[in-house]
Design a binder for this molecule. Structure first.
Ligand code: ATP
Ligand code: MN
Length: 457
């Protein structure tokens, strides 16, 4: 259908006077004796287009004025009577699709919970349309950032036979019937499609290292799957994962890149989604734009895990889970550090080796590894990264200590056997980043069809 995007009709001064066709869904209808007003949205912009109907010249079909109906309007672009931008004087209003009154998206403010029950329609609300415009802008900015900085885009497999130890429970991939009988686990998988136990990847990192130790700088951006058995507002079973991996990089380089990337992404969203951010600033998180502007312009904090524990221990009385050196940081501790102590994003570095993965570079103190988590206000951990252990002997030792099967990691060990280099990388949870930019508090509200434990709408 030949038509013009509402965004263009609204905003281009040089469209004034021209005749156009716009298509969209009716968002409001106001009627009076001489004129009627239709507000249309076609998804191209946060703002809606006001269509003015002169009733002495045009009597619209009542079906074209119903909330949610889809219409095509031919008319002349004129400067808006009130405010900036343009509106449309209608000449013809044609019905594309009727919308009966049981349409569940009604004018009165509904709750996010209610809208979660209609995932196929909730994008027609201001809130969800804005979330997904921000999400798209952020995704494009991720590719742009890495492309501009000389990284190659790599696609890691989603079906894998290794489980990137420590990252979380893996979903199984199988063609076996539910009642397959077998004498042993090994016997069972021998009859399976791949002949071995296979699952959905929890991270593309191991394959990312393969690519980085040949191409230098790479990133993956795709789904990861985790059978997280926790019902939180920050975890999904299927999430999108941005994972750069960089050869010849040590932990300080990884931190510098993570900060530079995050600030680039925030600046892109600030520049490209001003209307959406204004909306979220009003309805989701007061001060959101100020928060994001500060992130774009000022340095993040850095502190070691040991320093963080010293700070947190003084507040142990306030925590549900008191900390001591060696304990994993819970969400309440992460939030306290970033929201109360540093009041900005903070990289926590050098965690005890026992609470981190086998592949992280072992520090000279023999107790900690060169890992870092980036914590941000409102969310907690948004990035997890590290320098990787490049020494074959030390890596094998860490695997033995964890009772891991070396044979399953032969390829990974080969990277240390043949021309090993210092290298590192990190993983950004894309949905958590979208939450951070929009102020949305539940990860299920920044995902088209969220998947979580006992939840697949
Ligand atoms: P958390 O402690 O929050 O469960 P993690 O330490 O298990 O996260 P990593 O393995 O470090 O996570 O993964 C890197 C990033 O991927 C995390 O910082 C987070 O932003 C994101 N992430 C991890 N698990 C999930 C999940 N289940 N749903 C959404 N995002 C996730
Ligand atoms: Mn982590």
């Amino acid at each position: 259908m030949k038509h013009t995007d509402i965004k263009q009709v609204l905003l281009s001064a040089d469209m004034v006077g021209s005749e156009v066709v716009v298509c969209g869904w009716v968002r409001t209808f106001r009627d009076s004796a001489q004129v009627a007003f239709l507000e249309l949205s076609d998804g191209t912009s946060f703002r809606k287009l006001q269509v003015v109907i002169d009733k002495s010249a045009l009597q619209p079909d009542p079906e074209t004025t119903k909330l949610g109906a889809s219409v095509a309007v031919k008319g002349t672009v004129v400067k808006a009577y009130k405010g900036d931008g343009n509106e449309l004087n209608a000449k013809e209003v044609a019905l594309l699709g009727k919308c009966p009154p049981e349409y569940p998206i009604q004018k009165k403010r509904t709750t996010l919970e209610f809208l979660r029950g209609i995932p196929h329609l909730r994008l027609r609300t201001n809130t969800f349309a804005a979330v997904f415009r921000v999400r798209s802008v952020a995704a494009q900015a991720i590719h742009r950032y890495f492309h501009e900085h000389g990284y190659y885009y790599i696609n890691a497999p989603l079906i894998t036979a290794s489980d990137c130890e420590g990252a979380g429970e893996m979903f199984r991939v199988t063609t076996q019937p539910w009642n397959a009988a077998a004498e042993s686990e090994r016997e069972y998988f021998k009859n399976d499609f791949f002949g071995v136990k296979a699952g959905l990847s929890v991270s593309g990192q191991l394959e990312g290292e393969v690519a980085a130790t040949a191409l230098g700088k790479i990133y993956t951006f795709g789904p990861s799957f985790r059978a997280e058995n926790s019902n939180t507002t920050r975890h999904l079973a299927e999430f999108w994962h941005v994972e750069p991996e960089i050869a010849f990089a040590e932990l300080p380089d990884v931190i510098e890149i993570a900060e530079d990337m995050l600030r680039y992404l925030v600046r892109a969203v600030l520049a490209e989604c001003p209307d959406e951010l204004k909306f979220f600033d009003t309805f989701a998180e007061k001060g959101l734009i100020e928060k994001l502007s500060a992130v774009a312009d000022s340095d993040f904090a850095v502190c070691t895990y040991t320093e963080a524990i010293a700070i947190l221990e003084k507040q142990n009385a306030h925590f549900q889970f008191p900390v001591k050196w060696g304990s994993d940081l819970q969400s309440e501790h992460e939030k306290y550090l970033t929201e109360v102590v540093f009041k900005r994003p903070v990289f926590v570095t050098d965690y005890p080796k026992e609470i981190k993965s086998f592949y992280m570079k072992q520090n000279a103190d023999g107790k900690t590894v060169a890992a870092t988590d980036l914590l941000v206000p409102g969310i907690g951990e948004i990035i997890g990264g590290s320098e990787r252990e490049a020494d074959l002997g030390k890596l094998r030792q860490a695997m033995v200590a964890r009772g891991m099967d070396e044979a399953a990691y032969r390829q990974y060990l080969d990277l240390r056997r043949f021309g090993s280099v210092p290298h590192g990388g990190f993983g950004l949870g894309f949905e958590r980043f979208v939450m951070y930019c929009t102020g949305m508090e539940n990860i299920r509200d920044v995902t088209l069809f969220p998947r979580a434990v006992k939840y697949i709408p």
